[in-house]
Design a protein around this ligand. Structure first.
Ligand code: FAD
Ligand code: SF4
Ligand code: SF4
Length: 902
């Protein structure tokens, strides 16, 4: 047994799960409106700019703001608008960097516009901590439009001066009003509804602003500030509950509770305790995972000894507005005994009063951590917290700092009918249900009547046929391609007469390409694989065009080639042609073909489809192993693949060498699924679901054992058991009565249709547009599950340059394996979550170029290499410095921003 930080015991299974999947950071992704890279939304004419598009950086905000006006000007329906005095051209909501950048652009273009601001101009920046250093990433980027960042923008005060000078020069005046929502009325015009009162305003509300404002186009740049998240505890509305810390000295000697586990909470707690407050930090999780390690270290130091020299000169959180530290302590030192008033000058910092013996501490500050706890109730002078044991603890309390994050202003968007990412409308759910039903049908058809439930429907169809002579159900559910082709050819031949008929007959000669295709086309799998390959190639080309890094190009070409050549052309065309031309009739080639493509009565006369096994390894592709008779050649090839080649590949390049570069499931996920990647859910609960694949892997291993025993004792019960587990097609009626229920269950939950068709096919693809293309790969694939174990021993890492990381969470949000990459990056830790498939989305999307694929020495942790293939625009620049000139398109990419995933 091992004890966790929260005091819980962990058994061997818990330790295994922790080692493999649950020990990694599992942060979630903030919900944002669904915005296209050009700022457009599902509401035609409403643009979203700035932080809400995904990358929370000043330069991107200015860039998106200015570009939105350019997009509006280029919109033909805007150009044809009917000018009307009551309807302005553009309404800009939010006076931040993006809003002002848009306003400057609108003014330059001679549009009528209004910029509405709820609080004060650049209020987000005004609220930054004093003297906060400003990083204007990406350094090489010049935002579109006139709002730029000059040298003086290196600290907060200079930045504000710089921005204010520019808006004054352009004569841009905001109007102070809070917009509640916008709605579209007749004629494509928008109406903006103003709030009656403006609780957040610092500037007086505009007196002349009407209740409703009409505009042809709306640009929303209201930032992510939104509302502070609620504690969900009784009494949280009391005046003593704060969301920001202005002056920690106000709380010297007070009993304060800080709630939260991020940098804001930790910086507030450190500032308060170093200023003499008695602080309790309450956090709902057993460990801190989000804040910077240095903040956690400082907090732990103060918890063990509150008089240690700990300071925060530059708070990173805008909720903690002043620097703090031991340098502020001079005026809080208690030099007289609080009990008898005797002088303590010259006495140690803590001890007993020489006059009255009262225990004193010269610094009142103290800090205690209450991990895995939750605030239950706040009253005027006390607080009740449920501790990690589930018990309620009540104690004296003067103030509470609730630092548990903010909700982005989603209400504004919901009320304005703008879609929020990850929230499904009724229409979307209906479409998805039909898509899943389609997948049911597809896999039933492809697997040639594979799904039992659909088979039952077909029985109904046959009964209808016996009465009516018609069987529509059978035709729809399982059309036979062979008969369709024959019908088609029959009618072509009769249409074309004798001469053409004999030409067609010649074309059907199986030795020719056309004849081979015709025979292959007699099986549904042919059409399925053809469609699959076309999708991979089409969407692969789109991916290359969209992401434009050498890594993406090479990776996508590899996926397209593997899908089309060994997984389609080889078994459907090349091998049959070789076979028809006698290549496998004699000599060594005949012997090899007999071992790997056994002779059969159907199709091309040999099982060429087994060549999938060259690419798809066991236990993803089980059909070369789970055979009636052992196919020794395939067992040898498969063994080398699964237990020698793949582990070696993973040791050097990580699991992504297979999942991201070779596998056909990966090929579809990286091409068709490229724009769906942000839909993968994140968080600890989902990470636990990763164990489903382990479960399937252990079942596959168990079945392999049964299979081997079945081969050795062919007529044994074990052989039967394997067969029913695998196919569900065995008569269990003769089994002992206590095993019959298992037999019945296995008929439904057999490996072939439950894992291979339902999980990998129907749900894996059916949920593509709901949860991204890697549902099967992340949660259920047994080969991935095996590779996760190998990947725990890999040298592969995603390395990060911690000082460049701005904790924007873009990397985490685009990871379709649900990895919380930011939590490694902002601590400078090499990312080692075994789930990574090397898709490079995080590396390529990071706006500041923090991440690089590389390798470490597993013993020392030292970096031993970085990928030569540039996977991000930043690397493309760096890699071209030593050698060739930076390509023009790279400069373009840097400037355009890396927002394809947003
Ligand atoms: C602590 C902190 C440090 C940062 N440091 C950096 C840094 O070093 N470098 C960097 O590049 N970026 C940094 N950023 C990010 C940067 O501040 C943002 O990218 C930028 O301010 C976003 O601009 P915006 O126009 O999208 O939104 P904001 O600047 O947030 O402006 C939104 C405006 O809209 C107003 N508003 C909100 N709701 C309404 C409504 N309903 N009606 C009318 N008005 C409304 C708000 O009052 C606000 O003024 C930092 C952010 C924070 C919080
Ligand atoms: S490369 Fe990045 S985005 Fe892709 S799976 Fe790995 S961590 Fe996730
Ligand atoms: S590593 Fe991630 S969190 Fe850090 S800057 Fe890059 S995208 Fe943002």
């Amino acid at each position: 047994m091992v004890t966790t930080a929260s005091g819980k015991k962990r058994g061997w299974f818990g330790r295994y799960v922790h080692w493999l999947h649950t020990k990694w950071p599992a942060g979630t992704v903030e919900k944002l409106p669904d915005v296209a890279p050009d700022g457009t939304t599902n509401v035609n004419g409403l643009y979203v700019v700035g932080d809400l598009t995904g990358v929370p950086l000043l330069k991107f905000s200015a860039d998106t703001g200015a570009k939105s006006v350019k997009n509006i000007l280029a919109d033909p329906s805007f150009q044809k608008r009917t000018q009307n005095d009551n309807v302005i051209d553009v309404l800009i909501i939010g006076g931040g960097v993006s809003g002002f950048a848009a306003a400057i652009e609108a003014k330059k273009a001679g549009l009528t516009y209004k910029l509405l601001e709820a609080s004060e101009a650049f209020s987000t920046i005004v609220n930054f901590p004093k003297a906060k250093p400003i990083f204007t990433y990406p350094t090489d980027m010049t935002p579109a439009g006139d709002l730029q960042f000059h040298e003086k923008s290196a600290i907060k005060e200079g930045l504000l001066e710089d921005l204010n000078e520019q808006i004054t020069a352009h004569n841009i005046e905001p109007t102070y009003a809070r917009v509640e929502f916008v709605k579209k009325i007749r004629g494509g015009i928008f109406e903006a509804k103003m709030a009656k009162s403006n609780v957040t305003h610092k500037e007086p509300m505009a007196a002349d602003i009407p209740d409703m404002l009409k505009a042809h186009r709306v640009i929303v740049g209201i930032g992510r500030s939104g509302n502070f998240r609620k504690l969900g505890a009784k009494g949280e509305d009391l005046d003593k509950v704060y969301n920001r810390l202005f002056d920690p000295k106000d709380f010297t000697g007070k009993d304060v509770v800080v709630v939260g586990g991020g940098d804001s909470a930790l910086e507030a707690a450190i500032a308060l305790s170093t200023n003499g407050a008695n602080v309790s930090v309450s956090y709902r999780k057993p460990e801190f995972s989000r804040p910077k390690p240095e903040n956690v270290d400082k907090l732990n130091m103060l918890a063990s000894n509150p008089s240690l020299d700990v300071s925060i000169e530059h708070p990173t959180s805008e909720r903690v507005t002043t620097a703090s530290g031991s340098f502020m302590r001079e005026d809080q030192v208690k030099e007289t005994c609080t009990h008898c008033g005797a002088s303590l000058v010259g006495q140690p910092t803590e001890g007993n009063c020489p006059d009255c013996g009262h225990h004193y501490r010269k610094f009142e500050g103290a800090l205690q951590l209450m991990m895995a706890s939750k605030v239950k109730e706040v009253t005027e002078d006390s607080i009740t917290i449920t501790n990690s044991e589930g018990q309620d603890e009540s104690f004296h309390n003067d103030a509470v700092f609730s630092m548990i994050g903010r909700e982005p202003p989603l209400d504004f968007f919901r009320r304005s009918n703008v879609r929020i990412r990850g929230e499904w409308s009724g229409k979307f759910i209906t479409v998805m249900i039909f898509f899943i039903l389609f997948c049911f049908w597809l896999y039933h058809w492809k697997g040639e009547k594979a799904i039992p439930a659909i088979g039952m429907l077909q029985n109904v169809g046959q009964k209808v046929e016996s009465v009516t002579g018609l069987n529509f159900i059978d035709e729809i559910l399982s059309p036979d391609p062979d008969s369709i082709l024959n019908r088609w050819f029959g009618s072509m031949e009769s249409m074309m007469g004798d001469t053409m008929g004999s030409v067609m007959e010649g074309m059907k000669d199986q030795r020719g390409t056309f004849g081979v295709v015709l025979t292959s086309a007699g099986a549904p799998a042919f059409y399925y694989t053809l469609a699959y390959s076309i999708i991979v190639v089409t969407f692969g080309i789109r991916r290359i065009r969209r992401r434009r890094t050498p890594y993406i190009k090479t990776q996508t070409i590899s996926l397209m080639l593997i899908q089309t050549i060994p997984l389609f052309i080889l078994p459907e065309l090349v091998l049959p042609i070789l076979g028809y031309h006698g290549f496998f009739d004699s000599g060594a080639s005949a012997w090899i073909a007999d071992q790997i493509f056994p002779i059969v009565e159907y199709g091309h006369g040999r099982e060429y489809w087994r060549s999938y096994g060259f690419i798809l390894a066991w236990p993803l592709f089980v059909y070369n192993w789970f055979t009636n008779e052992p196919l020794y050649a395939w067992l040898l090839i498969g063994f080398l693949q699964t237990f020698v080649i793949i582990p070696l590949l993973i040791y050097r390049f990580g699991k992504g060498a297979y999942c991201g570069w070779i596998c056909s499931c990966g090929a579809l996920a990286e091409t068709l699924g490229d724009m769906q990647r942000h839909k993968m859910p994140h968080g600890p609960k989902w990470n636990r679901l990763n164990m489903v694949g382990q479960f399937i892997l252990w079942i596959a291993l168990f079945m392999l054992l049964l299979r081997i025993i079945g081969w050795i004792f062919p007529s044994s019960f074990i052989g039967d058991l394997f067969y029913v587990m695998f196919t569900g097609k065995v008569h269990y009626e003769s089994w002992p009565f206590f095993l019959k229920p298992i037999g019945l269950l296995l008929q439904v939950f057999n490996y072939q249709w439950f894992v291979d068709l339902l999980l990998a096919g129907v749900l894996g693809y059916g949920l593509y547009f709901m949860y991204s293309g890697r549902m099967w790969c992340r949660f259920a694939c047994p080969l991935a599950a095996l590779m996760h174990i190998y990947a725990r021993f890999t040298q592969f890492r995603i390395l990060s340059d911690k000082k460049k990381c701005i904790s924007c969470n873009v990397c985490t949000s685009v990871c379709h394996q649900g990895i919380d990459i930011m939590n490694f990056a902002n601590k400078g830790l090499p990312m080692e979550d075994p789930e990574c498939v090397r898709c490079s989305a995080c590396v390529q999307s990071c706006p500041t170029g923090v991440l690089t694929f590389g390798r470490i020495d597993r013993r020392t942790g030292v970096t031993i290499g970085k990928d030569k293939l540039a996977a991000s625009p930043v690397q493309m620049v760096e890699m071209s410095v030593n050698g060739k000139k930076m390509p023009k398109r790279v400069e373009g990419l840097m400037n355009r921003g890396k927002k394809m995933d947003q």
